[in-house]
Design a binder for this molecule. Structure first.
Ligand SMILES: Nc1nc2c(ncn2[C@@H]2O[C@H](COP(=O)(O)OP(=O)(O)O)[C@@H](O)[C@H]2O)c(=O)[nH]1
Ligand SMILES: [Mg+2]
Length: 305
């Protein structure tokens, strides 16, 4: 019940409220969004047709039932024949219900934390630790194949957590659907961001590529509430020390600093040793409380219009 309400809310986001949240997305993403919207409309259309068929079947069953009430045995046979002929519509409806039930349900009124970063940096491991969501954790990219929702309860308040598939260093037009899904979440959902950086050299995306992806995402979605985390700090005792020479420019310096510590203010954590996890939980709580205030502000602004 709750789930279907949340799903309806997602379908009913008015375009004006999306603009209002100052989504910045490029032409490529806009096309994808349009395509997905068309696909959604077609799916709804198909669902309506199936519902029509099921309803027609129901009407026939009722009318045959009435017609043959006095000849019960014969009536049952007729009903059976009809189900054999047209009962496929019921099976189709059951399949659609199953698919809908498996879709992630996002309640836009509940503050949501979205984990973002390159593939394999430890996002799913952190979601498992922070919430009720149990995403798959594996040592290869794009294990997370959709948007997974989990829930956190902190001081009697409910929050949502989304795990995302991750982003590689490339242009929007070259991104696969899993990456586009991550960008769509950032564009359309009022989430706070927990950005995960893996400086251990273990994840398959070099720290310098992660830095480039990070700068791009931060520039596009910097209006979200934000927390940076350096993951796998159990592997970082020998984190690379990069020497700055006199002719190093500002970019070299920024990158060298990033490779050692991540962005300014980033929290170091390890899922393996639980180092930094208590502090992370408390910072996440603060972030989501601020997100809650932000959502309330949007709602009262909208009410004033
Ligand atoms: N040593 C170490 N490995 C970790 C840590 N967190 C995650 N991993 C490993 O990194 C790999 C990728 O983790 P996963 O959570 O699936 O990353 P995702 O692709 O960003 O969701 C898995 O093999 C994890 O076991 C950590 O804190 N320390
Ligand atoms: Mg994952």
């Amino acid at each position: 019940m709750n789930g279907s309400r949340g799903l309806l809310q997602l379908w009913q986001i008015p375009p004006s409220s999306l603009l209002f949240r100052r989504c910045s997305f490029s032409r490529g993403i806009a096309n994808v969004a349009k395509r997905e919207r068309n696909r959604g409309a077609k799916q709804l259309d198909a669902l309506m047709k199936v519902l029509g068929k099921v309803d027609a079947l129901r009407k026939k069953v009722v009318s045959v039932g009435k017609e043959h009430a006095s000849l019960c045995a014969k009536g049952m046979k007729k009903i059976e024949e009809m189900f054999n002929r047209e009962g496929k519509a019921v099976d189709e409806l059951l399949n659609i219900a199953k698919t809908l039930r498996a879709m992630p349900v996002v309640d836009l009124e509940t503050p949501t934390l979205c984990l973002v970063g390159a593939p394999n940096v430890g996002k799913s491991s952190l979601v498992r630790l922070l919430s009720t969501g149990k995403p798959e954790v594996c040592n290869y990219p794009f294990t997370t194949r959709g948007i997974l929702m989990g829930h956190i309860t902190l001081s009697y308040q409910n929050f949502q957590v989304t795990d995302t598939p991750g982003l590689l260093r490339r242009h929007d037009e070259d991104r696969n659907n899993l990456e586009k899904l991550t960008l769509a979440v950032l564009s359309h959902l009022p989430t706070a961001v927990l950005y995960v950086h893996d400086l251990s050299g273990e994840c398959g995306t070099s720290p310098s590529d992660q830095f480039i992806i990070y700068k791009e995402i931060k520039e596009r979605f910097g209006d979200h509430l934000w927390l940076d985390v350096v993951s796998k700090c159990d592997l970082l005792s020998d984190s690379p020390v990069v020497f700055i020479t006199e002719d190093s420019n500002a970019d070299d310096f920024e990158l060298a600093k990033y490779r050692r510590m991540g962005p300014d203010g980033a929290l170091r954590v390890s899922v393996k040793t639980e180092a930094g996890i208590a502090e992370l939980k408390s910072r996440v709580h603060e972030l989501l409380t601020s997100q809650s205030a932000k959502i309330k502000g949007w709602n009262s602004d909208e009410a004033l219009r």
